[in-house]
Design a protein around this ligand. Structure first.
Ligand code: ARG
Ligand code: ZN
Length: 881
């Protein structure tokens, strides 16, 4: 009998597989409840393994029907087959062919892993460990095989049959109402990249010619009738394919590239070879149903999955500890793509907001883990902001350290050396060390040490000598399992802003000009002396957010206002305003908690007014500057003894003050930015809309009826979802009749459109009112809501738990209890989504004592329940640990 692998799994226990699989032939006969899977695996002993070994294959909820070896049925005494594994204790000594038939029930598959049904269509999700829910297999990414897949189905139920690779044959099954298609993928791949689709789907198509002249047919498959919403995704795919050729010299390698949108999907999308399967939220868009942000996300996710074809598929991961090898790198690539398609500074600001809002929070709590974890109990819980977003920052730092040319040389070497293989982080970094001639030994700590480094910077300016000394100390805080840390390599891009506002090139004493402005920190404390200064300069630290660190610098508010007006680095211009606002907000939170009245600061409003008056700035950037730190940002900066109610009050007061003080300017801008041209999702138009909508929101912040009326009018007159949704968002923050009217209208208008109703669920779940918990509870009974659909769950429950700081963290603990109740119900059906929702508790220790005790009690109650999934148990136990 095969026993359940003893978890936790450790990186240090990695062993090469005993058996390799050269080819896989699958024959899948689709049936709603009794799908038959015949698998023919050409196996051979791994020459690198220790010697003759039993064959142990993974399985998960499989019904075995028959097992054969080299064409002969195997007697039952010669193997053990259970739902979760197949073992042949004494397999043939040399290569052999294993034939196994299993039965699975796609309709009963509520975990949405393996083969399942979504809106009646068949689809698959195999990453990370879903292939074992289709057939017995060595389900690990270092086993790469060439797949041929025959898919058979009822002609009416599934007229469209798609697989990995290229289509090779299709036909009818004589004497039946069934047909089949055969697909062949010539590129060896790990089983997590396997996919098939069968269903009634309509396609939007186009052709693409690669840089070497290969003709590729592109198609985006959607629910029939929604083809008109697939056009933007298809265009984004073409742009992605062209960009990867130009930016990385990477070309597509099959005759077809298919994308399928499905309504029930655990994550965003999946990069299966030649057959990407997407959450329909990241495909479907029209001006009336999708916001500018939706269009941007679609472009980014389409690109991300496409880029995986080289970073993930052609070169995959040796084991799941190396997940950031493909994810961090591919996020970096999609960020660069979006930066090239849109505004680089605005994209950087948006990405850093996400990084701080998710990854820094994760890194500061009980779920903190290194970019490359060293142990896991459930790999699905490691598809995290740390692996993805911090993983991307680490790649970005490599580029910053090496410079663009040596970085590109490292990438080229990586592609050349590891194509067709399953690689490790060491092998990846070695390519940059070699091609870039750099010692990256200390740099590897970025993969191994969790926690966000904290820098303290103090200045000494010597007017006589014309020097500025920067004393920089770094500390990496302790994280679970890592009480002490070593200093990291930190590429800190430095600018010096002279008295006239122009940049002064930094020259380091004893070294000369600082190449590309990159100061490289390597020690716990060090001093950099910048010389040859024409006068007093203000340092602009970590330009472009060159390293994912927290910085405490001795810059006063005068310095920050100076940078806000003059810094040539747009990121730091934005950052200066954020820092100013953050200092005011944190001060006011303390005042509020002490029972005092909030302090009003004219300096910030001045800085904002200066930015608003600077006509050279792009609107999208100005919109970012006007968006003050979120409740989550403030909580994170405070770090301990957090009172979400006081944070909300302080933030609300500041928004009112800005709205009042800048009302005339905001109103003029609002009117001037009105766009009468037909909607277009391009970045420039989107930027103007974003600034206009930020103006509206700030104008309404003080709650004047005139501004509420303006929002209500915009809601009613909007000809696109961006403006309609923005107006509704503004209205949602004000307990008025207009709010309820608009919400009712929206529900009625978009009744037939689940993805749009998700926006309606999410918005209501985020209302910072005492009545919201009851509203969300009511909405769980709404006919459009379903615990079976991950998008609905994330929209309603995820928004409440992750984005409504005051109401999830109600002082009476009712928010915690409600979410825990929903999570435990969901756990029986979809553990992955349940576990993800539970991560909303990850900052519980940073709360003030009353809420902290309530959160702990809730976590302990969940932990004590019998039969939690491995996914949920892992999150709950680590959260309490
Ligand atoms: N590889 C996918 C991506 O593009 C994510 C799939 C994760 N799926 C899962 N069940 N953990 O990022
Ligand atoms: Zn990915």
């Amino acid at each position: 009998m095969r026993t359940e692998q003893a978890r936790p799994i450790r990186l240090s226990d990695y062993r090469a597989p005993d058996w390799l699989v050269d080819t896989v032939h699958l024959d899948v006969a689709l049936h709603p409840t009794r799908t038959r899977v015949k698998a023919r695996l050409a196996l051979r002993p791994n020459p690198q393994a220790a010697g003759p070994a039993p064959l142990v294959l993974d399985g998960d909820e499989l019904t075995p029907l028959s097992v054969g070896v080299d064409g002969v049925a195997l007697p039952e005494s010669a193997y053990a087959a259970t739902p979760d594994g197949l073992t042949i204790p004494q397999p043939p000594a040399g290569p052999f062919v294993l034939e196994v038939e299993t039965e699975i029930d796609p309709s009963a598959n509520t975990k949405l892993m393996g083969l399942y049904r979504s809106s009646g269509n068949y689809c698959t999700q195999c990453e990370a460990e879903g292939f074992r829910r289709i057939t017995y297999f060595p389900d690990r990414p270092d086993v790469m095989a060439v797949y041929t897949t025959r898919i058979e189905a009822d002609r009416d139920e599934a007229p469209v049959l798609l697989g990995n690779g290229n289509p090779v044959e299709r036909g009818e099954v004589p004497g039946t109402n069934r047909h089949y298609a055969v697909w062949h993928d010539p590129f060896p791949k790990p089983c997590y990249l396997f996919a098939l689709v069968g269903g009634r789907l309509a396609a939007r198509r186009t052709g693409f010619t690669t840089m070497s002249g290969r003709a590729v047919e592109l198609a985006v498959y959607v629910e029939p009738g929604k083809e008109d919403r697939a056009g933007y995704a298809l265009e984004a795919l073409e742009r992605s394919m062209r960009w990867d050729e130009q930016a990385f010299g990477r070309e597509y390698d099959l005759d077809v590239f298919n994308i399928v949108a499905v309504a029930d999907f655990n994550m965003g999308a999946m990069e299966n070879k030649g057959l990407n399967i997407f959450n329909d939220k990241y495909v479907l868009a029209s001006p009336e149903t999708a916001t500018d942000a939706d269009f941007a996300h679609i472009e980014a996710v389409i690109a991300h999955e496409y880029f995986h074809n080289w970073t993930g598929n052609r070169i995959t991961c040796r084991d799941w500890f190396q997940l950031c090898l493909k994810e961090g790198l591919t996020v970096f690539r999609d960020q660069e793509f979006s930066s090239d398609m849109r505004s680089r500074p605005v994209k950087r600001i948006a990405d850093v907001r996400v990084l701080r809002g998710h990854q820094f929070v994760e890194d500061a709590g009980p779920l903190a883990h290194p970019v490359r974890p060293e142990t896991y109990r459930e790999i699905n819980n490691f598809y995290t902001a740390t692996v993805y977003e911090k993983g991307a920052e680490v790649v970005r730092m490599l580029k910053t350290l090496l410079g663009p040319d040596r970085f590109r040389a490292g990438m080229d070497l990586y592609f050349a050396r590891h194509d067709g293989r399953a690689a490790t982080i060491e092998e990846f970094v070695a390519c940059f060390a070699e091609a870039g001639g750099a010692d990256l030994t200390q740099f590897m700590l970025w993969y191994a040490q969790a926690g966000t480094p904290e820098l303290a910077v103090t200045r000494r300016y010597d007017a006589q000598a014309g020097t500025l000394s920067l004393d920089i100390a770094q500390v990496v805080p302790p994280t679970p399992g890592q009480p002490t840390k070593s200093p990291m390599v930190i590429p800190l891009v430095l600018g010096l802003v002279g008295p006239d506002g122009a940049d002064v090139p930094p020259v380091l004493r004893g070294h000369g000009p600082v190449e590309r402005g990159v100061l490289v920190l390597t020690r716990p404390a060090e001093t950099f002396v910048l010389e040859g200064l024409p006068g007093r300069v203000v340092p602009s630290l970590n330009r472009g957010f060159s390293a994912p660190v927290k910085i405490k610098a001795d810059l006063g508010s005068d310095d920050l206002r100076f940078l806000a007006t003059h810094d040539s680095d747009p990121f730091n211009r934005w950052q200066a305003v954020q820092t100013l606002a953050s200092e005011i907000l944190i001060g006011n939170v303390a005042v509020i908690r002490a029972g005092g009245g909030v302090r009003h600061d004219g300096g910030l409003v001045h800085a904002l007014a200066a930015v608003l008056a600077d006509e050279r700035l792009e609107p999208a950037f100005v919109a970012q500057v006007l968006s003050i730190p979120s409740e989550g940002d403030i909580a994170r900066d405070i770090g301990r003894d957090v009172d979400p109610e006081a944070i909300w009050l302080a933030r609300h007061a500041l928004r009112r003050a800005i709205g009042n003080d800048l009302a005339p300017t905001l109103r003029v801008l609002y009117d001037r930015l009105r766009d009468d041209a037909p909607y277009s999702p391009d970045a420039a138009s989107a930027g103007r809309r974003s600034l206009r909508n930020v103006c509206l929101d700030l104008l309404a912040a003080p709650g004047h009826p005139g501004a509420i009326g303006l929002a209500a009018a915009q809601y009613a007159e909007a000809d696109n979802m961006t403006d309609r949704m923005a107006a509704l968002g503004t209205l949602s923050l004000h307990d008025t009749a207009e709010r309820e009217e608009a919400l009712a209208d929206f529900a009625d208008r978009f009744r037939e459109d689940p993805l749009v109703i998700d926006k309606w669920f999410a918005l209501q779940a985020m209302i910072p009112d005492a009545g919201t918990l009851a509203r969300v509870q009511r909405l769980t009974a709404h006919p459009a809501f379903s615990l079976g659909n991950p998008n609905r769950v994330r929209a309603l429950l995820g928004s409440f738990a992750q984005a409504n700081h005051t109401q999830f963290n109600r002082a009476d603990g009712a928010g915690y209890d409600f979410v825990a109740e929903m999570v435990t119900t969901l756990d029986g059906r979809n553990p992955q989504v349940a576990a993800r929702l539970m991560t909303a508790f990850r900052s519980w220790r940073a709360l003030e004592p009353g809420r902290r005790d309530k959160a702990r009690a809730t976590l302990e109650r969940v932990a004590a329940r019998p039969s939690l999934s491995r996914d949920l148990a892992d999150i709950v136990e680590r959260s309490l640990g």
